[in-house]
Every structure is written in structure tokens, then in C-alpha cells.
Design a protein around this ligand. Structure first.
Ligand code: SF4
Ligand code: SF4
Length: 348
């Protein structure tokens, strides 16, 4: 059965790679929705919280009116990532999730929170669990108190975020702790991983700090804290220790080569929808496909602009390495995953 599934995925990977070569979208498997840019956090590597214009955020009615007519594009979606800002600042978050679940019945929700409002997060998650029993949530904590305090720009974040984690665990949610790795916290990353997994019994995940003009609005502002070649040895250890996750496998190779090392499917299999309705291939590439408030989603997704952007992605004009990107190729192209599995089996 497992072999049959692998064979099917390998076949579909072949057709997806062909479609990609012609800059044609494959069926949408996932998307990320920034429900708001409002944020009560003050992270030093992100300027979303400085954004003060929130009037144009997509409403529940906008989502229904702009996406539902294109339901056929969303039927095969397996994963919807809800991000912000701080998503839980939107009181209508459960209603948003209900509408999106109607749009994509097979989708599982993955939410993130900075953990600053434990009660609100837990109560909202209880409502979201009624819509999707398998929903998961990641609470952002950037290491032990001194590192977290420095990176998150808050004296109270560490304590509150752990309260959120504990309360989610008590309520039996699928919860993980996520850290953004920088020069400041990578030195104790493995110690923090052990603390999460052995002391608290919660899964630890990570990403590396990254730059984005249209999302984090942090261009050139992370120069002092981004990982450099000096951090690669430590990063390699972190990747080895998290080898059960797919994301770390090619990360060090990427950091050395700084190019698209696996064919990226962002903009083909998935997209990023910002809170004002603009569709991008991902959170990094500052190339809008269009805006669903101004145009029909079908025209945005299938239009000439999208095709030109896809051509750029195919010719590797951009590169990055984030868990979201890995999610995109993993869904569309099974072959790198197969390689990882074979390597593991052969003990390589
Ligand atoms: S990283 Fe998240 S929690 Fe921190 S300021 Fe940005 S949006 Fe807010
Ligand atoms: S390589 Fe990175 S920046 Fe380029 S489209 Fe893919 S996810 Fe976006």
C-alpha cells in the first residue's frame, strides 16, 4: 500500500515537473493566509508590528465573494497556514477558518501565534478544532529567556508564550514550539530543543531568519543578526538533530550555495495571500500576481503576470530556503523526499 502510494506520488511528481517547466500552475495544494498585520509583538527582525494601516484587511465576506466562485481551484488543498501579524487578534478567526474549510474541505489548518494572549489563543483554538479536528498550532519562542527577550523585544513574552504552550498541551492540541534562528540564539539552539522535547514534551521546530520586503518589511535590517558562514557548523548540528523533519535536509547546502537547490513550486502549487488581498508566490518573492479585491482570483492565478513570474521562478531568478518553500516542493515533487528516505534507509 505504502509502495503504491509512493509510486502514485512519483508519477504525479513527473507531471508536475513538466507543468512547471512550461510555467503552468499545478493543482493548488496549500496556501498561506496572512489574516492580519496587526501585532502585539515587537520582534527585532520583523517590522509587521510597525504597520498601522489595517482598514483594508480582507473581511470574511471578501473571502467568500472573491474565492468561492473559484472553488474548483481549491478542492485539492491539503494545508492552509494561517499567519499574521498575530492571527489571534482577529476576533472572527474561527469564522474565517470555517469559510476556508468550506472552500477546501480536505485542508488541515496550521496556525502560528506569538503566544502573548494565552486565554484568547486557547479559547479560539477550541472553536477552530470544531472545524478541523486535526488543526495544529506553533507557538513562537526564540530560545531561553535572554535570547528570546532580546529577539522578541519583550520582557514578558517568554513567560506568556510558555503559559500558552502549557495550556494548549493541557487541552490536548497538536502544538509545537518554533524558533527563528539568528546569530543571537543559534549557540544554545540544541540545548533549547532538548528542553522543549525532553522537559516539556513538545516538538521543536525552527527556521532561519530571513528577509522579505512585502511581508516582514525588514530589508537590510537583519544584517547584524543573520546567520553567516561562521554559524554553519552549529547549523549543521541543529539540522542533524532534527533530521526527522524534512526541512533541515538541504538547508546547509542552501546556505553554502545560496541558490535554488530544489525546484521551487511556490506560485505553482501554493501561494501567499496577504491581508489586503494581494497574491504572491510566497512570503519572500516581492512579485505580486495580482489583488483579489481588484481582479477575479482566476484571472490573477491564470493570468499573464503570474505566468511571467513563474517563468522567473523556473529559471531560478530567486532563491530562499524556508519551511513553507519545502512544503511547496514536498507536495508537488516527491522525488527529493524519496531521495531523503532512500538515503536514510541506506544509512547515508
Ligand atoms: S515576527 Fe510575528 S510576532 Fe513578531 S513582530 Fe512579526 S508578526 Fe509580530
Ligand atoms: S525560491 Fe523562495 S523566493 Fe523564490 S519563489 Fe520559491 S519560496 Fe519564493
Amino acid at each position: 500500500m505504502h509502495r503504491l502510494h509512493s509510486a502514485r506520488r512519483t508519477l504525479s511528481s513527473g507531471s508536475n515537473l513538466l507543468l512547471r517547466r512550461w510555467a503552468m500552475p499545478t493543482s493548488i495544494k496549500y496556501f498561506t493566509f496572512e489574516v492580519t498585520r496587526r501585532c502585539n509583538g515587537r520582534c527585532i527582525y520583523c517590522n509587521i508590528w510597525k504597520d498601522t494601516e489595517h482598514e483594508n484587511e480582507l473581511t470574511v465576506d471578501d473571502l467568500t465573494a472573491r474565492l468561492l466562485p473559484y472553488r474548483q481551484h481549491f478542492r485539492e488543498v491539503v494545508s492552509i497556514a494561517i499567519t499574521g501579524g498575530e492571527p489571534f487578534l482577529r476576533d472572527d478567526l474561527p469564522v474565517i477558518c470555517a469559510r476556508l474549510k468550506f472552500l477546501s474541505p480536505k485542508a488541515r489548518f496550521g496556525l502560528v501565534t506569538n503566544g502573548l494572549c494565552p486565554d484568547k489563543v486557547v479559547e479560539t483554538m477550541k472553536k477552530i478544532r470544531e472545524i478541523d479536528a486535526a488543526c495544529g498550532i506553533g507557538v513562537s519562542i526564540d530560545g531561553f529567556y535572554p535570547e528570546d527577550q532580546q529577539l522578541r523585544g519583550s520582557n514578558v513574552h517568554y513567560e506568556l508564550a510558555w503559559t500558552t504552550v502549557r495550556r494548549l498541551l493541557e487541552n490536548r492540541f497538536n502544538v509545537s514550539v518554533g524558533s527563528t534562528l539568528t546569530r543571537i540564539n543559534i549557540g544554545r539552539a540544541l540545548e533549547f530543543k532538548s528542553f522543549c522535547e525532553e522537559r516539556v514534551n513538545v516538538k521543536w521546530m525552527f527556521q532561519i531568519v530571513g528577509e522579505s520586503v512585502h511581508y516582514y518589511d525588514n530589508l537590510k535590517r537583519i544584517d547584524g543578526i543573520s546567520l553567516t558562514s561562521k554559524d554553519l557548523e552549529m547549523l549543521e548540528k541543529v539540522c542533524q538533530a532534527t533530521a526527522e523533519q524534512v526541512f533541515p535536509h538541504y538547508l546547509v547546502k542552501y546556505m553554502k550555495e545560496k541558490k535554488q537547490i530544489i525546484p521551487c513550486f511556490s506560485g505553482f502549487t501554493g501561494f501567499f495571500l496577504n491581508s489586503r488581498g494581494t497574491v504572491y508566490p510566497c512570503i519572500h518573492l516581492n512579485s505580486p500576481l495580482g489583488n483579489i479585491k481588484e481582479e477575479q482570483f482566476g484571472d490573477v492565478w491564470m493570468g499573464e503576470k503570474a505566468r511571467a513570474i513563474r517563468k522567473d521562478i523556473v529559471r531560478k531568478a530567486c532563491h530562499c530556503f524556508t519551511p513553507c518553500e519545502v512544503c511547496s516542493w514536498g507536495e508537488a515533487n516527491f522525488l527529493p523526499l524519496l531521495k531523503i528516505r532512500l538515503k536514510k534507509r541506506l544509512g547515508g
